[in-house]
Write a protein that binds this ligand. Sequence first.
Ligand SMILES: NC(=O)c1ccc[n+]([C@@H]2O[C@H](COP(=O)([O-])OP(=O)(O)OC[C@H]3O[C@@H](n4cnc5c(N)ncnc54)[C@H](O)[C@@H]3O)[C@@H](O)[C@H]2O)c1
Length: 391
Amino acid sequence: MVQPEDRLAIASQDIGRINAFYPILPRLGNRWAASRPWEGRTLALNLHLTTLTACLVRELTIGGATCVVCGANPATTDPGTVELLRSEGVDVYTGGDLEDPHLQVLAHEPDLFVDVGFGLLGSLLDRRPAIVGKVRGAVEITRSGITALRGRRNVPFAVVNINDGRLKDAVENRHGVGEALWQAVSRLTGMHLAGRRVAILGYGPVGRGIAMYARNAGMSAEVVESDPVRRLFAHYDGFPTPTLEDAVRRVGVLVTATGGHQVVGAAALAKARDGLVLVNAGHGGDEVDVASIKRSADRVDHVADHVVRYRLEGGPQVVVLGGGHPLNIVMNSGSPEPVLLHYAVLGLTLELLAREPHPPGEKLVPDAVEQEAARVALDALNVARVHDGPA
Ligand SMILES: NC(=O)c1ccc[n+]([C@@H]2O[C@H](COP(=O)([O-])OP(=O)(O)OC[C@H]3O[C@@H](n4cnc5c(N)ncnc54)[C@H](O)[C@@H]3O)[C@@H](O)[C@H]2O)c1
């Protein structure tokens, strides 16, 4: 059993390792230590509570911010990260005390917000309208959150959309998730991936990256996509594009990356290949409809942490990894670099929001911010030295 102090030490070591090999955030933190862009400001962050988020919170605090943090999903919350941030004086709300983490964060009346999935901003608008007038601006970082934002009318402050910038799609959504997801699958199942047949549901940037990395790992990948344009993209990228019904009969692994709700449930799996492994990469926890699978199961085996096998009544066995939550985040797998890059974009955007007032509504992340983040990233990668040969 890992003790709280051990968890904290493990998280702290992880942060040391991350910053040693890719010091993008400490480089920005050095600047922010001098300029203190968030002096006197309260920043609310609703993010996955991993060590990567702790790296970000540290540098924002160095820049003068009072950070108030809550976890976007209990399944992706790392207890060591929570202990570490609390030991550094950061208020972190996880819902563990049965209180509502959003309301606890909002009680601090923050000036600036960072959200993944629009959960905290939704709570602000619906449940604490009295403090909305104080808000200077917000940043939303993922597709599901942007979709939720666009479903709202008259949001009375600026929300910067980082997801649709040039960097997030190309680096984090595609390479970050693609690499990390398969690493998590290997770690949990011990499967060597080459030669396996896999279907990816959804061919947005996330699904496309997962398909690309599946191919690179020697898997035989197929794509199920409801949008004819993206289905055609998948076809010309060289992936077969079967129907879901057809795919589940043949493939050994099915990955969801649609951002939808309950897109694969017990009914769709009735004719699945026996032993089909179900993995989710989308934002929510119900894209694989685990509730319907549980209801239809006549036997459940807890094979290992994050690995549960269900025997569907009169049908096949299926295995759900990570409880249907985004597996790469549950496992904190893959290279930290893509997430840290978009955290750099996020930090530079918060700097801009603190410096200049912005008109209300959605605003695409400015190109100048992405250019600057890319320059710091190249510097952190020490690209010139790599290209020039060994030092
Ligand atoms: N796991 C992570 O670390 C991570 C990182 C970034 C984004 N995300 C999340 O991943 C999800 C996908 O992101 P994206 O940027 O690729 O989104 P996107 O909206 O660009 O692409 C989703 C695709 O899924 C397709 N789709 C929707 N429902 C479908 C269905 N029932 N069957 C087949 N296809 C269907 C859509 O047509 C679309 O092409 C979002 O929820 C996003 O928030 C996760």
